[in-house]
Design a binder for this molecule. Sequence first.
Ligand code: ADP
Ligand code: MG
Length: 395
Amino acid sequence: VDDMVAEDIERFENSFVGINKRYRLINRIGEGTFSTVYKAEDLEYYKYNNRWDVEERERRKWSSPASKTKRSARKPHYVAIKKIYVTSSPIRIFNELELLFDLKNSDSVCPLITAFRHQDQVVAVLPYFQHQDFRDYYKDMKVSEMRLYMKSLFTALREVHKKKILHRDVKPTNFLYNKWQTRGVLVDFGLAEREGTEWHQCNCTLPPDERRYRIAHSVYAQNQQAGHQTTSYPKNDSRGSRRANRAGTRGFRAPEVLLKCTQQTTIIDMWSAGVILLTLLTRRFPFFHSADDIDALLEITTIFGRKKMKEAALLHGQVFETNIPSYSEHGHSLEKIILWCTGRTDSDKNAPKKELDEEEKEAVAFLHKLLECDPARRITADEALRHPFIMKAYE
Ligand code: ADP
Ligand code: MG
């Protein structure tokens, strides 16, 4: 742990009075736009959870013989403490915690253990999930490993989508994957929402990017419309507002999101999953790096061509026009893009044509179902799990 992190941890411990009574903060493991995440040891875990029960559960989970686990050894229990920035609106925080609570029985969503508030600071406590950094493996993942990764991601999305919840921010840093267990968990429900939620204009004291935040809880929406104060958020807030920039996320947005379609469904997450698979196949991360939504649309146009984008726009009552001549009418095939990105093209016209291998071709066939511009024709998580590409995961 370097000095900067140690200082940050100390500041956090001092500002959140009492946190170190229960948790020993070990390291800072994530720093995002909306939060900082720390790894910590839960010092009182065994006080609230019977030690034998816990060990028995662990043993059963890993089906290791009883003799291997020493009964007397008290393994430290790790958690992830997510410190949500105070500039996040209370509605946003409430929304995240409420959805996590709703998903608490799901095996592939990192569950919420508890949450605390001290003054205006809220922290969420989650079990620590051991995983590898995406940047350490995306460049050399075999197709057989991609199948396992995607299978795990779809298993998580199927559970979330069954509850009619849109994650909205599916990307590698929000899907913690452990390749040894071939299992991953979805985290970060900060942008998630229930299907069919209305856009709502919030209190103007909120930072600009938070203002149009969708409210998941209809009671909140009704009360606010009626002009009641529903939260204790200060009216004249003088705290500096933090600009929420979702850089790095934009490239994962589905066309209907970029085209501001008003009836977005859980299928938007499947597009994002497609961008992850495209990243793995092209070995380019981030694959798209757009500055804004228009830029993101144009990046998609480069691949799919003008014709498809015009059709996609029409589906949502929009007109797509561009006078940039470099966008071709039909775009480029995903096969070609993967070959380009992996340096398998020849400038020499007479050289033998380079091709994807059989497994890659299977992956591309499947990728087409995910990167489908028409949301109504895009594959669902449930269907994806029954697709031959994913079914082959264990063969
Ligand atoms: P943000 O809203 O700031 O993006 P996230 O919930 O995505 O916050 O967490 C940020 C990072 O913290 C993740 O990308 C991951 O590296 C780490 N992290 C979050 N939750 C856990 C967890 N339960 N176990 C291990 N690491 C975690
Ligand atoms: Mg995140």
